[in-house]
Design a binder for this molecule. Structure first.
Ligand code: PLP
Length: 450
């Protein structure tokens, strides 16, 4: 097949996600040919350093990892998949036990899925089954989510989603979902200080539960660190107050760690940063470092045991070869101390970014943890005015022209590499970012000298 044919065939035969078809038709799809370590090579044989973790962030161990591929292969040769319901395999059970050690608190019962959206669907069902079936809240069906949340694209998960164009899919959605303000860093719609806004957002949850009727509210769901507008890290006080409010009203706390889990923020799970224990935790993406589709919803024995018959199934729940890939992924991260290293790298990268860009007039805030960082842009630091979205795109493209892939996330650009990224990779990213910001700001008529 000729290289050019791939673009034409893709446009003729593929459906593209959350992007206007006209844009793909005009620019062509992005063709990826191969990868090794952090290097990704495109259809025109240009190579880039992937500092964004495979676009949607699952890539936590780089490309071409033979150990994970072999673990999948060996298990697939022996027993790839035999069914679900009450059928188990060794890797699936070992993974459930391993996750019990890695996840916070009393979480020790896993329901496996093929990805993040299914994990969220399963969490919703666990919450409703528990509340209704156990008789604690026989009529509870409501779920509270947050502005700008992303929880997935399937009907239930999408109903809890308020970010990306999947949120504008045709109605109707799941009944009983409401949204409250999210603890957004740097700027918020009320012009409050960051700490005041975090307090306001937590207090709002209590008011929303009272407004909806506590006996009808089954669960509250949140990403510990949200992605919308780039790595939104709330205060410890925010999550601790949310935990207290959920406990007070018997509302289950679902932490959606699909993007944060398995080391992205420098801990196995981001809940650890906030010192809280969710009732249900969802995971996917970096669980297998992106080598095999897999996710899970974990809960406590108290909740799982109160559900005598879980009326829910996914064909690939507990897929044996995917479970083997997940176990290999976890083993590599443990053996190399990669999670601890990610935490240190994050501190280093933050300090380098702040030294290079802290006074830059188009940079509003630099924040991040582990291997997940955002630079939030502004067109006026005094007023925190929104940046021109075209300037953010120009910066991301400018960095790409310098051989490094980062991501645009609304008002921010994100850097979220696999855990194998080195200090040198971070240093190169700082230099390319400084140059790209200078170029783009000049193009948009904004000075970069303080
Ligand atoms: C926090 C969160 N939850 C759920 C999902 C959905 O996961 P998937 O795309 O694997 O269905 C995502 C995906 O980006 C996510 O970031």
């Amino acid at each position: 097949m000729l290289k050019n044919d791939i673009s034409t065939l893709a446009v003729d035969h593929c459906i593209f996600s959350i992007i206007d078809k006209a844009v793909v038709e005009e620019n062509g799809p992005r063709i990826v040919a191969s990868g090794s370590g952090l290097t990704i090579t495109d259809g025109a044989e240009r190579s880039y350093t992937d500092m964004v973790g495979g676009y949607t962030r699952p890539n936590s161990l780089g490309y071409g990892n033979e150990e994970i591929a072999r673990a999948y292969y060996d298990q697939a040769c022996k027993m790839h998949y035999a069914g679900t319901v009450d059928i188990v395999t060794g890797p699936m059970v070992e993974l459930a036990q391993t996750l019990t050690e890695l996840t916070p608190g009393a979480l020790s019962r896993a329901f496996f899925t093929s990805g993040g959206s299914e994990a969220v669907e399963s969490a919703i069902k666990i919450a409703k089954h528990y509340q209704q079936g156990s008789g604690r809240k026989p009529h509870a069906y409501k779920i509270i989510s947050r502005w700008n949340a992303y929880h997935g694209a399937t009907a239930g998960a999408m109903s809890l989603t308020n970010h990306l164009t999947v949120a504008q899919s045709p109605d109707p959605r799941l009944p009983g979902v409401s949204f409250i303000p999210n603890p957004q860093c740097y700027r918020n719609p009320f012009g409050m200080s960051e700490d005041d806004y975090f307090t306001f957002c937590a207090d709002y949850l209590e008011q929303q539960i009272l407004h909806e009727g506590p006996e009808l509210v089954a669960a509250f769901i949140g990403e510990p660190i949200m992605q919308a507008n780039g790595a939104q890290i709330p205060s410890k006080a925010y999550w601790q107050r949310v935990r207290d409010i959920c406990t007070k009203y018997g509302v289950l706390l679902i932490m959606d760690e699909v993007i944060c889990g398995f080391g992205r923020t420098g801990t196995w799970f981001a809940a650890e940063h906030f010192g809280i224990e969710p009732d249900i935790l969802t995971m996917a993406k970096a669980m297998t470092a992106g080598y095999a589709p897999m996710g899970a919803a974990m809960t406590t024995p108290e909740i799982a045991d109160a559900i005598p018959h879980f009326r829910h199934v996914h064909t690939y729940s507990g897929h044996a070869a995917s479970a083997a890939a997940a176990l290999a992924t976890i083993a590599i991260k443990k053996r190399g101390g990669l999670i601890e290293k990610a935490l240190d790298n994050g501190v280093y990268f933050q300090s380098e970014l702040k030294a290079a860009l802290g006074d830059n007039p188009v940079v509003g805030q630099i924040r991040g943890l582990g291997h997940w960082h955002a630079i939030d842009f502004t067109s006026d630091r005094a007023t925190k005015a929104l940046p021109n979205p075209e300037m953010v795109s120009a910066i991301v493209n400018g960095i790409k022209q310098r051989g490094i892939l980062v991501g645009a996330a609304g008002t921010s650009m994100e850097v979220a590499p696999a855990l194998i990224a080195t200090r040198e990779d971070f240093d190169r990213t700082v230099s390319a970012t400084v140059e790209a910001i200078e170029d783009a700001a000049a193009r948009f008529g904004l000075a970069t000298a303080a």
